[in-house]
Design a protein around this ligand. Structure first.
Ligand code: ATP
Length: 923
């Protein structure tokens, strides 16, 4: 997943056998870039996160996105002279920021956008032209990670710290913001929309009879040459478009262009993202059963309160607030009627208006901002480029939200509640540099000053000599658990009678599957690293007592806090813990230590399906085999949808292969919960004649607007930015089937702009002479890749629509897991060592050393029990627990050294087995 990006002036390395450029989920770009941008002011290259692992042709260019606005603002005083120092990513010209109208009326959530609009006024076409060549060097920040309440909490500290650092120059702005607070609403800008992408081709036109955008009057235009389009994605001369170099050069031009959150996708080589969906039979082992439904209603009574952010919290003017708004959107249910305004209704005028308004915003920096009314009417943009949430230091926010924290710090020590202690702990955790009178610095340098380990170094004013837990878990390797600042005494615990698991866990539908945590990091022996994700590393480990093999995914708490990924990992844990499905990876244990979170999962020794595809001739498989994988993916998606989850990142990289050859979906960090179906089961559940369940109702009325996914897999509605639903999962299923058959995705263009244009306008081509697919197969793909989500297959009853398609006619959904898989992964000395392929970076001794030290902590740190984490701890909701019933299917560690070497053997039983099933199916 981490790749080495060649310098921009070098050609990409040749692609080794079996290798193909991999894709990266969009949401992950932000963090990478943020990480990279750390250091001495934004490094110009962000290769690490842009291609998932060893893409030899690592992208030399990414999205061209402006740097985080908050960063710009926060460092305006520091970076004025840096414009020319940092190629591409330099935040330069913060001076422009201050010179613009930034300080006015900024006390609303769109002030950042607004500032950018203002600041874009000076950008010239020549700027963009001149800088376009460097586009590739900069570009990653296009996604705003939603914030969680915990994130917000962290931000408060973060801002607090930053405020101290920058208090001098922030004060005036703060005052200004305060003074203009009352007028903020009236100045709210119209929110830009990704509809601009379409505008390029079919501006403002919607066919009222089909609800689909009409073909462009002027035909397809080469996106990169358009000088007049206002589409933020297009690399044009229009000043409204963002060019990374604008930023370098004129500094403000960066933000100008950013005004559109514009993205310059030139030469972007990011990977694609995909989505999932599910449908189940009422009678099948892998389908939805009456028991599943019953389970939902039973658990309905057990559900605790779900935390949702109130929209009333949308009041900050920083990126943070934007993120938060976006997070609100994640949990917000758009009214179907509103949705109809954008998607289903016949009111072309309304759509025209939104397009025009947003495009006007992009093209005219002086355009007054839209009204509050407009805001409420229009969907938020799904892509906000350059808003990096990680380093928002908006002082007004601090002013506004920090107060309770500050108050808490003034409470005498002997009266500190565990909650306050926790705040203090994390303050030290993140902002320890602030205690040292550290001069204002770049975010990265500040980050680098933070300690990995936190609380142990803190004073424990009220803590008695005994620690909370003297269990073996906490005294692993002979060391006593370090008293953490939020620990309570054993006596306190006894009095409270609290079990080790958090209240949240006990309220969750999956709680009856799990018991108190039975393992600790020390229970496992590291065998090898399997992969490195966005914020976590995945290890193949052996449980010492049983020799069973597991995949242990370890997340750094510090990284998650810094990069606003806390909610993501909580979602991932929740989906994994809730799920009990043969095609979704099993979670056996989850626990946390002081510094890390751990998810102990079933080890899928077949690795990524992506790898299996790469080893096939022409990187594709037969239609029959594709049907097998498509049906299993459909079943998994159906199940997720039943639970109210939208997967959103379906792609071969996220489909793992079980040792049996069956698929296992993994990596749920981009998923979103549309509805807690266990808590709010839909009132109407329709069963079809074929005993299929309408899974669409489980996310009815839900739309979310995050820009997540992977480039080549992203659905048109995500690009348009009008919000998306579970239908995105069916779109990605269409892409997946196409890729399995043709060895490539259908809309891939020369760069991201082109890819997105193709996604919006182009029909999939089936004219590959080497691949002959059936009429039904083509029909299925076309229907899944319907640009209009309201007409897409799956839009009526969810997975049931897909399962009924003639392409799946022979599939016996009840017996999917009894099918013989087409490819069987085999551990062999002659196989591919994909993990090694993935880490073909130059060996860096210092890094190796750091990794070793990190692993030493990862595998020896004591477990931190849930009950010592107070409610305001960001990881309070991460539940430590062990699955009660283990199957005996896990691989047992042997003395073979071939655990990393895999080959995929065609299953000789498959044709015979399938013909038998076909025989029975006909009866
Ligand atoms: N259960 C598993 N069995 C085997 N390998 C696994 C398992 N889970 C993850 N991996 C490997 O580790 C890699 C990283 O895992 P995963 O994708 O879940 O992490 P991530 O941090 O979400 O990464 P990404 O940024 O790609 O989403 C995977 O691509 C896969 O190769």
């Amino acid at each position: 997943m981490v790749s080495e990006t060649p310098p921009n002036n070098l050609l990409p390395k040749p692609i080794p056998f079996g290798e193909r450029k991999r894709t990266v989920s969009f949401s992950k770009l932000l963090s990478r870039s943020w990480k990279k941008s750390g250091g001495s002011g934004l490094s110009s290259d962000t290769s690490e996160g842009n291609t998932r692992e060893n893409s030899p042709s690592a992208p030399s260019s990414r999205f061209n996105t402006p740097p985080p606005v908050s960063y710009m603002e926060n460092h305006e005083s520091n970076n004025n002279n840096n414009n020319n120092n940092n190629s591409g990513r330099t935040l330069s010209n913060s001076s422009n920021v201050t010179n613009g109208s930034i300080n006015t009326n900024s006390n609303n959530r769109f002030s950042k956008i607004r500032h950018m609009f203002h600041n874009s006024v000076g950008s010239t076409n020549s700027d963009t032209e001149n800088n376009s060549s460097n586009v590739s060097t900069n570009s990653k920040n296009r996604y705003i990670s939603p914030m969680t309440p915990a994130d917000n909490h962290r931000h408060q500290h973060h801002h607090h710290h930053h405020r101290r650092q920058h208090s001098q120059h922030s004060h005036s702005e703060k005052e200004s913001q305060k003074s203009t607070n009352s007028t903020a609403n009236s100045d709210m800008p119209t929110v830009p929309s990704h509809a601009h992408l379409e505008e390029h081709y079919h501006p403002y036109e919607v066919n009222t009879s089909t609800n689909e955008p009409q073909s462009p009057k002027h035909g397809l235009q080469p996106p990169l040459q358009s000088s007049s389009n206002t589409n933020p994605f297009f690399n044009s001369n229009n000043s409204s478009n963002y060019h990374s170099n604008d930023y370098d050069k004129k500094s403000r031009s960066y933000s100008n262009t950013s005004n559109h959150s514009s993205l310059n996708f030139t030469k972007n080589k990011l990977s694609s993202s995909r989505t999932n969906e599910i449908i189940l039979d009422n009678s099948t082992s892998v389908g939805l059963t009456a028991a599943h439904l019953e389970h939902l209603s039973l658990n309905n009574n057990k559900m605790g309160e779900q935390n949702t952010l109130s929209s009333s919290t949308q009041k900050n003017l920083s990126n943070v607030s934007l993120n938060r708004i976006r997070e609100d959107e994640e949990t917000e249910k758009f009214q179907l009627s509103e949705r109809g305004d954008y998607i289903n209704n016949n009111n072309s005028k309304k759509i025209d208006k939104s397009y025009i308004e947003s495009s006007t915003l992009y093209s005219d920096m002086n355009t007054p901002f839209g009204s509050q009314e407009n805001l409420s009417q229009h969907a938020f943009p799904s892509i906000i480029v350059g808003f990096d949430t990680d380093d928002n230091n908006d002082d007004s926010m601090v002013e506004e939200e920090q107060q309770p924290e500050e108050k808490s710090l003034h409470i005498p020590n002997n009266k500190l509640s565990p909650k306050k202690e926790t705040n203090h702990k994390y303050n030290a955790y993140i902002d320890d540099s602030s205690n040292n009178n550290t001069p204002p610095n770049t975010s990265s340098s500040r980050i680098s000053q933070t300690k990995l380990r936190r609380a142990a170094s803190e004073p424990e004013p009220f803590f008695p000599s005994k620690t909370i837990d003297s269990s073996p878990l906490n005294s692993a390797k002979g060391k006593l658990s370090a008293p953490t600042s939020n620990c309570m005494t054993q006596q306190m615990i006894n009095e409270l009678g609290e079990p080790k698991r958090s209240k949240r866990l006990r309220n969750k539908s999956f709680s009856n599957k799990f018991e108190d945590i039975k393992v600790s990091p020390e229970s496992f022996e590291k065998i090898r690293i399997l992969g490195q994700g966005d914020v976590g590393k995945v290890y193949l480990v052996k449980e010492k007592t049983t020799s069973r093999l597991y995949a242990l995914k370890i997340f750094s708490k510090k990284e998650m806090i810094k990069r606003k990924k806390v909610k993501r990992v909580l979602t991932e844990q929740e989906i994994l813990a809730t799920s009990d499905h043969p095609f979704i990876v099993t979670l056996y244990h989850s626990f946390q230590s002081e510094d890390y979170l751990y998810l102990c999962m079933e080890y899928c020794m077949g690795g990524e399906f992506f790898r299996a595809l790469q080893t096939r001739k022409s990187k594709c498989i037969s239609e029959e085999d594709a049907r097998f994988y498509a049906s299993e993916v459909t079943a998994a998606l159906e199940y997720l949808h039943l639970l109210g989850f939208i997967y959103r990142d379906l792609k071969p990289e996220n489909i793992l292969l079980h040792k049996s050859g069956h698929i296992m979906l993994s990596d749920f960090d981009l998923s979103v919960q549309a509805n807690d179906a266990t808590k709010h089961p839909p009132k109407r559940v329709v069963m079809t004649q074929n005993a299929m369940v309408d899974t669409k109702v489980f996310s009815d009325g839900f739309r979310t607007n995050s820009f997540v996914g992977t480039e080549e897999y992203i659905a048109p509605e995500v690009i348009r930015g009008n919000g998306h639903t579970a239908a995105v999962d069916w779109w990605t299923l269409g892409i997946l089937i196409y890729e399995m058959l043709f060895g490539k995705t259908p809309f891939k263009g020369g760069n991201t702009n082109e890819t997105f244009c193709n996604i919006l306008k182009m029909e999939p081509s089936f004219s590959n002479s080497n691949v002959d697919i059936s009429r039904h197969c083509k029909d299925l793909i076309k229907k899944l890749l319907c640009k209009n989500e309201a007409k897409r297959l799956g839009s009526k009853m969810g997975a049931a629509d897909i399962k009924r398609h003639p392409f799946f006619k022979k599939v016996q959904w009840s017996f999917l897991r009894n099918q013989e898989p087409p490819l069987i992964p085999v551990l062999t000395d002659n196989g591919f060592d994909f993990a090694k392929l993935s880490s073909n970076k130059k060996k860096d001794e210092a890094k190796e050393q750091a990794l070793q030290e990190q692993e030493e902590i990862m595998f020896h740190e004591p477990v931190e029990n849930d009950d010592v984490l107070t409610e305001d701890d960001p990881f309070h909701n991460f539940n430590s627990m062990s699955l009660m019933k283990h199957d005996n299917n896990s691989l047992i560690y042997g003395e073979s050294n071939s655990y990393g070497k895999i080959s995929y053997t065609p299953n000789s039983n498959r044709s015979r087995s399938n013909s038998h099933r076909g025989f029975f199916a006909m009866r």
